[in-house]
Every structure is written in structure tokens, then in C-alpha cells.
Ligand binder design. Structure first.
Ligand code: NAP
Length: 481
């Protein structure tokens, strides 16, 4: 009997999985998606100024490069359009199950029994979770949030019905999101107030449009496009990816570039002082922008560094007693990046619940599987190198690895496969040890850190990641006969 698959999530990794299953002639699968359409983070985020700070030519499937991106760093809507186009091209339409949130996945009698919100069910042999990392908006615990009378929304739930032009807009947060919103709104609003709790290092990266000639050249020459993909991939791997895991020379170069950016591009010494972080560059997710500092110096833009006391009907009151009156309040306050899979109730062998298995920490085996959960795999799971290089390539390498494990079952070599507990513990102990050399633990707070203070990232090189994803070491797995 043929085996059935469920993919959870219709974002970048889910679409990728569907394409690769079809490539192998596997058609018996459904892509469950809680939202009404595909796209993941590119569907959820529609805020003004949204673009991807990974170069366009790299931020695409390696087998589906695109020559006519409008800019070096693509606007979000273009990326959403790219995924929609790819899904159409590969004929995925009939596999999508939209508005179908998986509530429960239970391993019983060698198969996964899925319960979908609303009561529908499915029974599959394999689950491939592609649920992403940054999709649970974090609402700040600020008193009075519900009292605000104007429009108030999270950056990933942008309310496009709220007028912005000529309005007084407040933004809480200074992460990658807020730093993109500020320049996009500065010229539209009457007053923009940025509430900063922690200053950020900003690497000045320009985002020039590709000219028509450049686009035509890339469209006509797959080799040029491939060269650009290889060039940008290598730049990331050789510089940034090295810096974050402990290459001090590379880190100093990034720090120097950020410092020079601040010194040369923020004229007022007092504003510069308030925008100067007190931790190492790249400890938090590094910000890339050459438009943020210019925007912060516009006469209608104000930086507030006094802590927020509470939110009131007409605005935000800071601890110095000042009420900052606003028409619109944007919460660019980030995401819970550690929720992995939850709130899905995943129940593995012998009734083992994922919430219990991961009660203290998200401990996966090489990010892609967990002991006690046979034939259940994750893409971009815990400790994936998401802060290091383009997440699309990571997902591709992880999927190629996962499909080798799937093949063990499809080829009849075993009935079920899961990593052993011992191998998973060994891997996580090595992770924790290696984290000590990374920039993420040098004394800042960030969403990278879990509640134990351990970064949820990959502390080694790209070469090591690629080598580990080349082929599973089967001595680390329990294969059920
Ligand atoms: P974030 O980096 O987690 O930033 C959240 C911001 O909100 C921080 O400045 C934080 O301050 C502030 N904040 C949270 N709670 C607060 C409170 N109660 N009071 C005051 N301030 C509060 O979130 P994000 O900017 O949405 O970015 C999340 C991640 O998404 C990024 O790191 C990146 O991985 C990804 N992203 C990528 C792109 C891209 O172009 N590729 C663009 C946007 C986002 P503290 O710093 O003090 O905690």
C-alpha cells in the first residue's frame, strides 16, 4: 500500500516539501494550512517597508531562481508572489487544505492520526512539519494596552484600514521589523514616535533597484543568475556566518562598519548617544538598513528612550510622566520564536506528548526529528541556522536529509524511524557547549535566547551544517522492524 504524507504549513518549507514529494512521484499528500492562503511569513507580514534583508538572488529555491526581482533585497509582496507562482507552476493547488489547522497529531498503530480544527481527520504515515519559526506574534505585557482608543495592531497583523497619512503614529520596538517601518512611514505621517527599549547596531546596506538591462540579462542567462546566487551565498557564509559563531576578525569588521555608520550618519551627538547599543554587534539579529538613520533625523520623527509606563486612551505614557499622544500604535514587538509546533498537541509513541518532551527545552536531533516521534520530521526546527544564512537553502538541505530517512521506510528497510534518545542528548550537549563561543551569548537579550538563556540557533559553520545534512548517520537512529 502506498504511504500517505501530511505537510503542516503552506509557507516556504511546506511548498518546498510538496515539490520534492511530487518530484519523487509521491502524490498522496495534503498540505494543511491554518490560514486561508499560502505564504507563511510573507503572507502574514504586509507592513509598509517590508522587504527581505537576504539578497533576492539567494532568497529563492536553488532550483527556481528568479531573474527579474525588482531590487537587490526584494519587497515582501514580490516574495509572496514568487511563492504563489512556484506553487502554481508545480501544480500544488489540489494538495492545499486551507483554513485547516491541525490541532492534534497522535501516533497510533504505526500511523499518525490527525485532527483538524472543525473535526475533520486524516491518517498518514509521515508528517513533515513546516510550521516556521516567527509566526506567533508577541504582544507586550504593557499595562493599559486595551485602553488605547486609536488603531492598535501587531506588525504581523497590519490593519490596512487604519489611515496613516497625516496621522500621529507610534511604534514600539526597534527590531528588524520596526527599522523597516520607520523609513516607510516617516514621510507619510504628521508625527512618528519610536519607542526604543534597546538600541540596535545597524549595518548600512543599500537596496538599489535592478535596472531593466540587469533583469533582462539575468533572465536571458541562467549562468549569470547562478553566479549571483553563488556569490551572495558565499559572501554570507564567509563573513556574517563566521562572525556570529566566533570569528573575531569578521565580527570586528561588522562592528566597525556599524560604528562608522552611526558616527557618519547620525549628526546630533545626543541622538547618536541614544542610538548607541551597549552590547556587541550581531548579538541580537543584526539590522541592515541605510534608510533608518536618515529617517530618525527627520523633524517629525522622535526617538523615545524613557521606558513605557502604560498605555492610555490617547497614547503612550512614559516613565518620565509624558503622554505621547497618538492616532495609531504599532506593536513591532516580535514573536515567540520558541513555540515550535505548539499549540499542536503532538503525541508520539507510548503517549509521549511533545509539550512534555520539550517542557524544559526544545531538544531536537539535528533540528529535524525528536526521539519518541517516529516518522515525524521538522523543517527549520529547533537550532536550525536561521540567524546565519538564507533559510531557504537550510530548508532544502534539511528536506534532502529527511527524505533519506523516509526512503528507509519506503524501501522497506524499516517500518518507522526516529532518532535515539542518546544521540539526541549527545547532539544537544554539543550544541550547548559550542554556543559558548558565539556572539549570541555575549550579553544581550534577544529572541534567539530560550528561557534557559540558550540560543535557538546553530553554533557551527555552514560547511559543517551541509556535511551533517549530507546523509543521516543511522547509528543515531532507532529503526523499527
Ligand atoms: P524583534 O527583533 O524580536 O524585536 C522586537 C522589539 O520589540 C525589540 O526592540 C524589543 O525590545 C521590543 N519590545 C518587545 N516587547 C517590548 C515591551 N514590552 N516594551 C518595549 N519594547 C518591547 O522582532 P522583529 O523586529 O519583528 O523581528 C523578529 C525577527 O524577524 C528578526 O530578528 C528577523 O529574524 C526577522 N525579520 C526579518 C526581516 C528580514 O528582512 N529578513 C525583517 C523583519 C523581521 P528589546 O530589544 O529591548 O527586547
Amino acid at each position: 500500500m502506498g504511504k500517505r504524507f501530511a505537510i503542516i504549513g503552506a509557507g516556504m518549507s511546506g511548498i518546498l516539501t510538496a515539490i520534492k514529494l511530487k518530484e519523487r512521484g509521491i502524490e498522496d499528500f495534503a498540505i494543511y494550512e491554518k490560514a486561508a492562503r499560502l505564504g507563511g511569513t510573507w503572507r502574514d507580514n504586509t507592513y509598509p517597508g517590508l522587504s527581505c534583508d537576504v539578497p533576492s538572488h539567494v532568497y529563492a529555491y536553488s532550483f527556481e531562481l528568479k531573474g527579474d526581482w525588482s531590487h537587490r533585497f526584494s519587497p515582501g509582496a514580490e516574495i509572496q508572489g514568487y511563492f504563489e507562482g512556484v506553487a502554481r507552476k508545480y501544480g500544488l493547488d489540489r494538495h492545499f487544505r486551507f483554513n485547516s489547522e491541525i490541532e492534534r497529531a497522535e501516533y497510533r498503530d504505526g500511523r499518525w492520526h490527525l485532527t483538524i480544527k472543525g473535526g475533520a481527520t486524516d491518517i498518514v504515515d509521515f508528517v513533515i512539519s513546516a510550521t516556521g519559526v516567527l509566526h506567533h506574534p508577541a504582544t507586550p505585557d504593557i499595562p493599559g494596552l486595551g485602553d488605547f482608543k486609536g488603531a492598535c495592531f501587531h506588525s504581523a497583523r497590519w490593519d490596512h484600514s487604519a489611515p496613516l497619512d497625516g496621522k500621529r503614529v507610534g511604534i514600539i520596538g526597534t527590531g528588524s521589523t520596526a527599522i523597516q517601518i520607520v523609513p516607510a512611514l516617516a514621510d507619510r505621517v504628521s508625527k512618528l514616535t519610536l519607542f526604543q527599549r534597546t538600541a540596535q547596531w545597524v549595518l548600512p546596506l543599500a537596496n538599489p533597484p535592478y535596472s531593466d538591462d540587469e533583469k533582462a540579462m539575468y533572465l536571458a542567462s541562467p549562468q549569470s543568475l547562478q553566479q549571483s546566487y553563488d556569490f551572495w551565498s558565499a559572501r554570507f557564509v564567509d563573513t556574517f556566518a563566521r562572525a556570529v559563531i566566533g570569528d573575531q576578525d569578521e565580527l570586528h569588521k561588522i562592528e566597525a562598519a556599524c560604528r562608522i555608520n552611526l558616527e557618519e550618519n547620525v549628526g546630533d551627538p545626543e541622538l547618536r548617544r541614544r542610538l548607541t547599543p551597549n552590547y556587541r554587534a550581531a548579538c541580537k539579529r543584526l539590522i541592515m538598513s541605510d534608510t533608518f538613520y536618515p529617517a530618525m533625523q527627520k523633524p517629525n520623527v522622535e526617538l523615545i528612550t524613557d521606558g513605557i509606563e502604560r498605555i492610555e486612551a490617547s497614547g503612550v505614557r512614559t516613565k518620565d510622566g509624558v503622554l505621547h499622544e497618538l492616532d495609531v500604535l504599532v506593536l513591532a514587538t516580535g514573536f515567540d520564536g520558541h513555540a515550535f509546533l505548539r499549540p499542536i498537541d503532538v503525541i508520539g509513541e507510548g503517549g509521549l506528548r511533545l509539550v512534555d518532551a520539550w517542557a524544559h527545552a526544545n531538544e531536537a536531533y539535528r533540528s529535524v526529528a525528536a526521539p519518541g516521534f517516529p516518522n515525524f520530521f521538522m523543517l527549520v526546527g529547533p537550532n536550525s541556522p536561521i540567524g546565519n544564512f538564507s533559510v531557504i537553502l537550510i530548508s532544502e538541505l534539511q528536506l534532502a536529509y529527511v527524505l533519506q530517512l523516509v526512503d528507509l521506510v519506503l524501501d522497506g528497510k524499516c517500518r518507522a524511524v526516529a532518532p535515539s534518545k542518546a544521540a539526541t542528548q549527545r547532539f544537544n550537549a554539543a550544541l550547548r557547549e559550542a554556543m559558548k563561543g558565539t556572539v549570541w551569548v555575549t550579553g544581550c537579550k534577544s529572541w534567539y535566547l530560550d528561557r534557559n538563556g540558550n540560543p535557538a540557533l546553530w553554533p557551527w559553520s555552514f560547511d559543517r551544517f551541509r556535511a551533517e545534512m549530507q546523509a543521516p548517520d543511522l547509528t543515531d537512529f532507532d529503526l523499527a522492524a
